[in-house]
Write a protein that binds this ligand. Sequence first.
Ligand code: ADP
Ligand code: MG
Length: 248
Amino acid sequence: MSEYILEMKNITKTFPGVKALDNVDFRVKKGEIHCLVGENGSGKSTLMKVLSGVYPFGEYSGEIIFDGKPQKFKSINDSERVGIVTIYQELALIPELTIYENIFLGHEIKKGNFIDWNETIVRAKKMLKKVKLDINPTLKVKDLGVGMQQLVEIAKALSKNVKLLILDEPTAALNEDDSENLLKLIKELKEHGVTCILISHKLKEVISVADSITVLRDGKMISSLEVGKDEISENIIIKHMVGREIED
Ligand code: ADP
Ligand code: MG
């Protein structure tokens, strides 16, 4: 078995007039927290959208191997089915629905032809416990702060048996406490075998959680750094991101 849960090889993705990804190689080890960094427009989100099937097979070139198998995802559903779940900065929850409805939206728990709401609430509580949220699942999502909504999204990912959790700038809209809480949770999920790709601009945060760091610049993979093996500092990461030395 490969030590990598994910291997993306020679990924190229173009939009009219833009080469968003240029022959990118990106590999993630099983059970690690892998941070993906780069300046705005460097291709981070596009790479994750290729991975999750937002851009289906045929709309990019290159190869994706997940969990030992070549994959040609045609949709987000395809990638979720094998355990890849992305949480975007714009949360995908429905504010007017309750927490439990949101968690099981699209993969409802059925008894015969009907949704088993009692069981749904019981399981929602279990999922909330896993993300350390001690709140009533019958609350509406709109009544929660952003930090809690983020955790509900992760609870939803866990209810789908996520193997690879992708977080695209999850702390951008969070305050310091909520950010810290989220990073702590990611580390705990890792202990339970969930691999995580974290996109973040906050290099302090990156350095505090990362096992590996991949840097993209202008759609190209510039470097892949491993904690404990490569020398890593904010300055080193910035140098790779912008392609030159930075004055202190
Ligand atoms: P990042 O997430 O690193 O900020 P993106 O992956 O969003 O970067 O974007 C990479 C490049 O691709 C940018 O030049 C961006 O303008 C372009 N791009 C991204 N999405 C689209 C799109 N849907 N249509 C056209 N160009 C896009
Ligand atoms: Mg982005």
